[in-house]
Design a protein around this ligand. Structure first.
Ligand code: NAD
Ligand code: UGA
Length: 445
């Protein structure tokens, strides 16, 4: 099928490249000319495992192209994805201006036969209807006869750092629309993924479940999923904080409750709180939508406030060990909100850094994929430089290869060999053997 993807961020670029990989002809459109030039040369503007390889092979096969020209993309696509950003406004509301601009652009350029317009951006409930309205209005201004189009909500559930894997192996595909024709085209588009043609061991697995529903329910599914996952993490963080006080180990507690299939073992890792480009903005946007409709979403507000406090827990733990932080040097192992990504949007490290700077501590950081930041932090290029002269190291991001560092050597380079493990990533006994005073989250020291 012929596909156009508008917006080539973490979602749009991965979606475009993966749809090309399963055999479709894809044109990706972005307004950022520098990004488009980079992608045209076969380079990915983001760090995402496996992405650049499938970009390059599909570009060579002629199935994947990049342009800044919206008209070219829309002319090409029988299916047109909207995958632009929906960041938070200062009020917590979703900023839909990029989606609006694209909807108008689609209406002004729509031509040829029937097209399916797919909202893949995470948009406030009700957006599918106004996207449809805006396209109709833009068409009306041109006074042209257009064969027709339908709008589908197809929310995205990929995780950064495993976005390519998640696209080929989704837990479900959600489609919201009142048009059977549009739904049928979407099912045809995703058929190779639904039938697990791109899944290793596909013969073991049933087809990917589909949830076919109306626009508003599909939009709500996206927000409810992110809000539930964020709440699950805030819940285990709260349990961890109680564990800290009573001397229990939250890693054992998480295992013990997670084995109950009604609870499930995923998203029960206590730590420094959730961050990233989606959980924070999506939970806030849902709270805001609830308020607009006269409902005070108390549980979700608490999910957010528990997380805000959790991000600063490390300061308390540092104070308990080092007492005065003024003049001390703290080393961050990792900066991003999770491993295998270069995305720094709303990373817990940012809040922690500001709090430590306010208290007069100096912060150094080492991150495997970040070489530039706009913050008051000294970036170093290897873990030894990081440890040199530090009063404490803080494990911020749980990159797997951080297990392989020579911690005995790092401990010797430090002024105070203290390790605050913000992800319960290390075995406390190994850390003690390496010479560290070890502090985890919700586990006995
Ligand atoms: P992003 O900020 O990484 O990328 C958005 C892209 O859209 C940018 O490259 C920007 O230049 C481009 N753009 C903006 N306006 C445009 C226009 N008028 N024409 C063409 N291009 C335009 O965003 P993202 O992280 O990929 O998120 C996109 C959407 O998907 C958001 O609604 C987000 O909530 C949702 N989502 C994101 C993730 C994720 O892991 N990042 C996962 C699921 C859903
Ligand atoms: C999340 C969802 O998992 C995706 O399904 C969704 O598509 C995406 O948001 C989105 O809407 O953008 P992502 O933000 O990439 O994906 O990363 P996650 O793996 O969900 O982690 C989010 C945050 O929660 C990270 O800061 C991570 O460290 C933290 N986390 C996660 C925990 O603290 N504990 C856990 O057990 C799991």
């Amino acid at each position: 099928m012929r596909v156009c993807v508008i917006g080539t961020g973490y979602v749009g670029l991965v979606t475009g490249a993966c749809l090309a990989e399963i055999g479709h002809s894809v044109i990706c459109v972005d307004k950022n000319t520098a990004k488009v030039s980079l992608m045209q040369s076969g380079k990915s503007p983001i760090f995402e495992p496996g992405l650049e390889e499938i970009m390059q092979s599909n570009m060579q096969a002629g199935r994947l192209q990049f342009t800044t020209d919206l008209a070219v993309g829309i002319e090409h696509g029988e299916i047109v994805f909207i995958a632009v950003g929906t960041p938070a406004l200062p009020s917590g509301e979703s900023d839909t201006r990029y989606v609006e601009a694209v909807a108008r652009g689609i209406g002004s350029n729509l031509n040829g036969g029937y097209k399916v317009i797919v909202n893949k951006s995470t948009v406030p409930i009700g957006s599918g209807n106004w996207v449809q309205r805006m396209i109709i209005d833009a068409i009306a201004e041109r006074q042209q006869d257009i064969t027709g189009f339908d709008v589908v909500s197809n929310p995205e559930f990929l995780r950064e750092g495993s976005a390519v894997y998640d696209t080929f192996n989704p837990d479900r595909i959600v489609l919201g629309s009142n048009s059977p024709r549009a739904i049928a085209m979407m099912q045809k588009l995703y058929a190779p993924i639904i039938e697990r043609k791109f899944t290793v061991d596909n013969y073991l697995l049933p087809p990917v479940p589909m949830v076919i529903t109306d626009l508003a329910s599909a939009e709500m599914i996206k927000y409810a999923a992110n809000a539930f996952l964020a709440t699950k993490i805030s819940f285990i963080n709260e349990i961890a904080n109680i564990c800290d006080r009573v001397g229990a180990d939250v890693t054992h507690v998480a295992k013990g409750i997670g084995l109950d299939s009604r609870i499930g073992s995923k998203f029960l890792q206590a730590g420094i709180g959730w961050g990233g480009s989606c959980f924070p903005k999506d939970v806030s946007a849902l709270i805001h939508t609830a308020k607009d409709y006269g409902y005070d979403a108390q549980l979700l507000k608490t999910t957010v406030s528990v997380n805000k406090r959790q991000r600063l827990l490390i300061v308390e733990k540092l104070q308990q060990v080092l007492k005065i932080l003024k003049g001390k040097t703290i080393g961050f192992l990792g900066l991003t909100f999770k491993p295998n990504t270069d995305d720094l949007r709303d990373a817990p490290a940012g809040d922690l850094l500001q709090a430590l700077n306010r208290l007069g501590a100096k912060v150094k950081a080492y991150d495997p994929v970040i070489s530039q930041v706009e913050a008051d932090v000294t970036l170093v290029t290897d873990p030894e430089q990081l440890a040199q002269g530090c009063d404490a190291l803080v494990l911020i991001t749980d990159w797997q290869h951080f297990h392989n560092l020579d911690y005995a050597k790092l401990a010797k380079l430090m002024t105070n060999p203290v390790m605050i493990d913000g992800r319960n990533f290390f075995n406390p006994e190994d850390m003690a053997k390496a010479g560290f005073y070890y502090v985890g989250i919700g586990r006995p020291t």
